[in-house]
Design a protein around this ligand. Structure first.
Ligand code: PEP
Length: 258
């Protein structure tokens, strides 16, 4: 394993800009005394907090990059309420979550739109974090492998010929925000499938993250899975202590995993 772990905090629709500044400062303070040298860390706040969070990161020279939780695939125009990749790029956003299951299920984000959005990110020098994952029906019905392979393939086909890195986040829907984490065997199986699918599309070196109820008491085990290169974290990223603890455990485990 030679990919440096990547840990992304998805703050979802939590924290106004004052609260977000406070949280990123707390993370910065805790990182001073916790190991983190072996990992890359990203925080993805709500759009309205990005500028403030980026300013704190820059001013305090924090070892963090800024991400966003969504972006529109189009360049500009009469699309009320939307934000473009070029706008995020100007805010120094380096990563964007694309097709998070909450966007797919609650905001009708289709596979085609996910693919177009990932392509828009690449065109603007932003790394798309393409989220895939089956729901509990697919898992129980035994179609989870085909489902995830198809979800990923439709995006990878669309990205053919486009330069730039992508990240894939495997997030089984039944594990997101439920406290029910996938077993290491389940994550191992799905991450191998994702790695093979990425390789078929000349993207075999991409980071694969796991997301779904990652906590301080399961992160160290999950990060040892051969094809898992980090985490996308919701709930446990809302508190500086638990987020930095997961960062630090991942950083410590990376040496052993190599
Ligand atoms: C997420 O929403 O991407 C996520 C993984 O959430 P949680 O960690 O709370 O399950």
């Amino acid at each position: 394993m030679n990919r440096r772990p990547l840990i992304i905090a998805n703050w979802k629709m939590h924290f106004d800009f004052v609260e977000a500044i406070h949280l990123v400062q707390q993370i910065g303070v805790l990182l001073r005394s916790k190991s983190h040298d072996n990992v890359d860390i990203v925080v993805a706040p709500p759009f309205v907090d990005i500028r403030s969070v980026a300013s704190v990161i820059e001013a305090d020279r924090l070892p963090l990059a800024v991400g966003a939780q969504h972006v529109n695939a189009l360049e500009s125009g009469a699309y009320t309420g939307e934000v473009s990749a070029s706008m995020l790029r100007r805010l120094m956003v380096k990563f964007v979550l694309v097709g998070h299951s909450e966007r797919r299920t609650l905001f009708s984000m289709t596979g085609d739109i996910v693919a177009e959005t990932a392509a828009a990110c690449l065109r603007h020098g932003i790394t798309p974090v393409v989220c895939v994952g089956e729901n509990s029906d697919e898992r129980e019905g035994g179609t989870h492998r085909e489902f995830v392979e198809q979800q990923l393939t439709e995006t990878l086909r669309f990205l053919e010929g486009l330069a730039g890195s992508i990240v894939v986040a495997y997030e089984p829907l039944w594990a997101i925000g439920t406290g029910k984490v996938a077993s290491t065997g389940e994550v191992d199986e799905m991450s191998k499938l994702i790695r093979a699918t990425l390789a078929q599309h000349q993207r075999g070196e991409s980071h694969i993250l796991y997301g779904g109820s990652v906590k301080t008491d399961n992160a160290a085990e999950l990060i040892t899975i051969a094809d898992i290169d980090g985490f996308l974290i919701g709930g446990a990223s809302l508190k500086a202590e638990s987020f930095v603890e997961i960062v630090s455990q991942s950083s410590d485990c990376y040496g052993k995993k190599r």
